[in-house]
Design a protein around this ligand. Structure first.
Ligand code: SF4
Length: 431
């Protein structure tokens, strides 16, 4: 599921190859060269852009109000290294053991030309059709230089397989998707082409499926990733349909393959990604364009860590980096802790500012116009106005203020013992 980012257009594919389609630049967009220079400045001269993955894209789409993440991801800044340099390293991610176990499981699922994978897919998604013969599944070579070359090769392979009208298994195809005005390249575990011209995204995960069900949060995350892949496949499908004259459909039901129970035998389930697809599409479209965010920053803003010769140690003072990071608005929510490398830094800042967002989106919504913990406590402590007295801006009509005052009064009563009944001398019926 690796993803690469490149500021060059996908149309730079080799002559004769089908270019990987990306969204055309909107009117008034900053020229690619100018954008590329500014993004390089933000990252630091000579620093390679950090690849994203579909998980990160899904997380980005889940928090479209965060300009900070949009800019850092758009510029390809290594957020994990930045968090370390800020003194707030991320505390999530897979262990090396889990990664190796995942790779071994994926290799097993795809062994023998994907025979078992195709059997599972046919069983779950096309039970009434002719099953694919083991030697009749095309497994095109997708190797090419760079992400653009691989995306172009993938588009060619999808076109050839769709034209042929047979089963085909594309192992780690490369797809282009536009994120906040910058093209990014995502890599699903597999895409299967059906004889009817439809395409299915396959996600292979190492978490177990026990008695046919798996951890809902993990399945949800897999569905959001699959939605990113479906989104990236759609323009390719449009391209292939125009060139082949066939009806090409990207299925909105992905195949999730996991270890069965506590074994390492594969099993699969169909995951409906329509909801995630609609959400991701809407959220990615709403993301502010990276160059707009960059243009609003002081001209000398950069997230360059100024790495030492070992390529790992940041020599730039943490205060300077923090200043650069704070120059971009963030939208912290507790969900960031499971999705963004900067979460500990942003949480600390959010708490220092007393922002109610740090308490969660649900609480934030309940508190209406109250933006800080200080405002909330002040509203709760304010005695109710006497009849005829004017109220403040958050007057008695504000249900959040009324609820806070009621809660504060109940708490005061409870602490004063007024609401606590006197202890019983004898429990009735208890001897
Ligand atoms: S942790 Fe910070 S940068 Fe990351 S998404 Fe949350 S608010 Fe944005």
């Amino acid at each position: 599921m690796n993803v690469s980012r490149d500021s060059r257009p996908a149309s730079a594919a080799s002559p004769g190859e089908l270019p990987a389609p990306t969204a055309s630049p909107p009117q008034g967009a900053v020229p690619a060269g100018v954008r590329s220079v500014r993004l390089t400045e933000l990252r630091g001269a000579g620093v390679r852009p950090r690849p994203l993955d579909a998980r990160a894209l899904a997380a980005l789409a889940a928090n479209p109000g965060c300009r900070r993440r949009a800019l850092l991801d758009g510029a390809g800044v290594d957020k994990a290294a930045l968090a370390r340099a800020l003194g707030a390293p991320a505390a999530y991610g897979q262990s090396q053991f889990a990664i190796m176990r995942g790779h071994a499981f994926e290799a097993r699922v795809k062994a023998d030309g994907g025979t078992e994978l195709l059997r599972l897919l046919h069983e779950r998604l096309a039970p009434g059709s002719e099953p694919p013969a083991p030697d009749a599944v095309a497994t095109p070579d997708l190797s090419a230089a760079g992400p653009e070359g691989r995306a172009a090769r993938t588009a060619l392979a999808l076109r050839a397989a769709t034209e042929a009208g047979d089963w085909a298994l594309l192992d780690h195809p490369m797809l282009a998707v536009e994120v906040a005005g910058s093209p990014a390249y995502v890599e699903p575990d597999a895409v299967v082409v059906h004889p009817d011209g439809s395409w299915t995204v396959v996600e292979i995960k190492s978490f177990p499926m026990i008695d046919g069900s798996a951890d809902a949060a993990k399945v949800g995350a897999a569905a959001r990733q699959a939605a990113v892949y479906v989104l990236a496949l759609e323009p390719v499908a449009g391209h292939v349909a125009a060139r082949t004259g066939r009806t090409v459909r990207v299925r909105d039901r992905a195949l999730l393959v996991c270890p069965k129970d506590f074994s390492n035998l594969p099993t699969a389930a169909v995951v409906d990604v329509r909801k995630q697809l609609a959400t991701t599409r809407r959220q990615l479209a709403r993301l502010t364009r990276v160059e707009e965010i960059a243009a609003a920053l002081p001209a000398d803003t950069t997230f360059d860590l100024r790495l030492a010769d070992d390529g790992r140690t940041a020599t730039r003072p943490a205060e300077e980096l923090a200043e650069a990071v704070e120059a971009v608005d963030a939208a912290y929510a507790p969900e960031c802790l499971a999705a963004c490398e900067l979460a500990f830094h942003c949480r600390t800042r959010s708490r220092q500012q007393g922002a109610v967002e740090a308490l969660g989106r649900g609480v934030r919504g309940e508190l209406g116009g109250l933006r800080t913990v200080e405002e909330v406590l002040a509203a709760a402590a304010e005695p109710a106005a006497a009849p005829g007295e004017p109220e403040g801006p958050e007057g008695p009509d504000d249900p959040a203020v009324l609820a806070l005052r009621r809660a504060a009064a109940l708490r005061a009563e409870a602490l004063a013992g007024a609401a606590v009944p006197p202890p019983r001398t004898e429990e009735p019926g208890c001897h």
